[in-house]
Write a protein that binds this ligand. Structure first.
Ligand code: AMP
Length: 449
């Protein structure tokens, strides 16, 4: 299949070709024709699967083909959970609108409110926004949605997890249901709140699920290493930063303070590293992300703030210095590499405090994961006994890892977890049931009221 098969305007096809895309991805193949026929959609697809174009192209086509319902109101509103993702969607959209009469604006939390009022007064056709700030402008009457033709919710699951339900409902109610088309994208469709919300927002939606939302990303080579403690993780980190070849790397840590600490540690060793955390003001965040995407830094150290949606084409290595609290985040983290068919590597360190998260990831991936080892850097920690793997056990702060495991622990570990003898990946041994889904961590809640 080719992009020209969709019956899109030739200007759109030209831009797609100019971007070097020859064939539509799976989500594009399904979502573009359905959206062009005017259907509401509820769609899930793998991270990095090309879903931005899957909604941008039908949106542009609609605007080019149909007369506006109103001269002043925005015709398309695209909402995303984070500012970084909104910027990325906006920059893809601009590639298509820059040679047309359509105006597109970006409205984000954390940026100057009055400047945004002026921008909204210019009656843009497209608004790409984070929901909190857009709802504020709506409340204050800085724009109206009576003429809205298309509402697009990107990563709706995360917007709801972040507590934006009220703002999304407000935006939905301000736009005429009968005339409007709605496209909802979510990492997973197996999410009660997304489904309830879909009932409220969508009219007879077409459901599109490309693979499982958490199906394996075959282009990403995953490796897991056991780590005794922080020092051990730092030694492993130093090893991989030297041993692996990568263009750019993202290191994920559990806490904001660790991002700074680790970045400083790497800078002291004259590595080109920068830290990104949610407590920075927006202009600093922008500067850091811009610098990193332009290749000014080789290493980005961050919390889950950068785990979703961002399209950083030169990131070929992900290091999970700490496992994420919520298993779904692991998929999003590693999805920062292996974008659109390119290969990537993902490494994860698993210490005693990571054990519960690790088991949740294992459950989510429906695999029993084996550990690889680095010669000279093997530790004593071999995992926790299954009966200790409970929320209570995970809270036990000081798990002693300085002693050799007892024979009983060794036996249990041997029986349950296959510890790899050699460096490298071990095969998947058996299938397991996913554990319970958990809420996404609210790393950037500053827009939620
Ligand atoms: P997305 O899932 O929208 O974040 O897109 C992930 C990456 O895939 C981005 O770098 C896109 O520019 C790229 N991409 C989108 N559509 C295609 C396509 N049809 N062929 C190749 N790459 C694509």
């Amino acid at each position: 299949m080719q992009f020209s098969d969709f019956g899109l305007e030739s200007r759109l096809i030209d831009t797609v070709e100019h971007l070097g895309f020859t064939a539509p991805t799976e989500i594009q193949q399904q979502a573009i024709p359905a959206a062009m026929q005017g259907h509401d959609l509820i769609a899930s697809s793998k991270t990095g699967s090309g879903k931005t174009l899957a909604f941008i192209l039908p949106a542009l086509q609609r605007l080019m083909k149909n007369r506006a319902l109103s001269k002043r109101d925005p015709r398309v509103v695209i909402l995303t959970p984070t500012r970084e993702l909104a910027k990325q969607v906006f920059s893809q959209l601009r590639l298509f609108t820059s040679n047309t009469q359509f105006k597109a604006v970006l409205i984000l939390g954390g940026e100057n409110f009055n400047d945004q009022v002026k921008v909204l007064e210019k009656d843009p056709h497209f608004i790409v926004a984070t929901p909190g700030r857009l709802a504020d402008h709506l409340t204050q009457g800085h724009f109206y949605l009576n003429g809205l033709e298309l509402l697009i919710l990107d990563e709706a699951d995360r917007m709801l997890d972040l507590g934006f339900a009220k703002q999304l409902s407000q935006i939905n109610e301000a736009a005429d249901h009968r005339k409007r088309q709605t496209l909802l994208f979510s990492a997973t469709l197996d999410h009660a709140q997304v489904n309830d919300f879909a009932q409220e927002l969508l009219k007879k939606p077409k459901r599109i699920a490309i693979g499982g939302a958490f199906t394996e990303h075959n282009d990403i080579h995953k490796r897991f290493y056991l780590a005794d403690n922080l020092d051990h993780k730092e030694a492993l980190l130093q090893h991989f930063l030297k041993a692996e070849s990568y263009q750019q790397v993202i290191i994920f840590t559990a806490t904001r303070s660790d991002t700074e600490r680790l970045a400083n540690l790497l800078i002291e060793q004259e590595l080109s590293a920068v830290a990104l955390s949610g407590e920075l003001i927006q202009s600093q965040r922008n500067q850091i992300m811009e610098g990193f995407s332009k290749g000014h830094h080789k290493i980005l150290v961050t919390t889950d703030l950068a785990s979703r949606g961002l399209d950083l084409v030169n990131v070929s290595l992900i290091i999970n210095f700490d496992m994420p609290k919520h298993a779904e985040e692991f998929i999003h983290r590693i999805g920062r590499t292996g974008r659109a068919g390119s290969k990537g590597d993902a490494i994860a360190f698993v210490g005693p405090k990571d054990w519960l998260s690790f088991k949740n990831v294992e459950g989510l991936l429906e695999q029993t994961i084996s550990f690889a080892q680095v010669k000279g850097l093997t530790g004593k920690f071999k995992g926790l006994k299954p009966k200790k793997v409970s929320a209570k056990a995970a809270k036990v702060k000081d798990i002693k890892t300085d002693k050799s495991p007892t024979t009983k622990v060794k036996k249990a570990a041997k029986k349950t977890f296959h510890v790899a003898k050699d460096v490298g990946d071990m095969p998947i041994i058996k299938r397991k049931k996913a554990l319970t889904a958990q809420q996404i961590e609210d790393n950037d809640l500053d827009e939620v009221k």
